[in-house]
Write a protein that binds this ligand. Sequence first.
Ligand code: APR
Length: 238
Amino acid sequence: MRVFVLTGAGISAESGLKTFRDNDGLWENHRVEDVATPEAFARNPALVQRFYNLRRGALADVAPNPAHVALARLQQALTACGGALTLVTQNVDNLHERGGAADVIHMHGELARVFCVACGFHWDAQCDLTPQSQCPACQTKGGPRPDIVWFGEMPYHMDKIEAALARADLFVSIGTSGAVYPAAGFVQAARERGIQTIELNMEPSHGSLYFDTAHYGPAGTVVPIWVADLMTAIKLDA
Ligand code: APR
């Protein structure tokens, strides 16, 4: 069986990371236009770097929750019997990896990565960034920026994502409001291909009418139950 899982901020909420759309349009007390756009970075790089330094630093204070761990367990079990679980996340945290998942596709980038606007070099973030930070590849001062896909930018890995979706038997959306495209459109693409669709979320998302089945509740509870039921149904060993 080939399972395609799309996750959003809701899967990390019980780990203590804030979602995007539950605080009057503010993300950690900032308007997204002030911190999550290329224009904001051009206008005030110090503010944007500081904002992402804080987000990156906060990763050390949080841990994967039972939803991350259950998905990793399902991925390992499916892989062991010749199936697959493609894990695509809109999240920029690293909790899927720390929960044991492999080959996580970060379509909106990663807090733990940096790239240089001058030469395009990507690398692991070793320390905080400032407007004076220098690119290790081309030495441009001020070149390094968070490797985050900001509003108005093209999400990463779309070819790989579309190929995995086309091969899937089951599409599962977890902890996302379905407000941001292209991820919000994956469920319709899955349906058009006749793929079964399941939503696991705290509440019905914007695209809830496109799902064949839904289970509403906190991801830390709902995801492990769904994983256990699926593993029983398709006779996978835990
Ligand atoms: N368990 C399950 N779902 C939850 C939980 C929880 N504990 N807490 C909140 N949710 C649900 C909310 O009900 C909401 O539907 O998670 C969803 C979070 O939605 P958003 O805050 O819109 O996050 P997301 O869908 O990931 O946002 C998509 O928007 O701002 C951009 O690039 C950013 O990747 C982000 C994208």
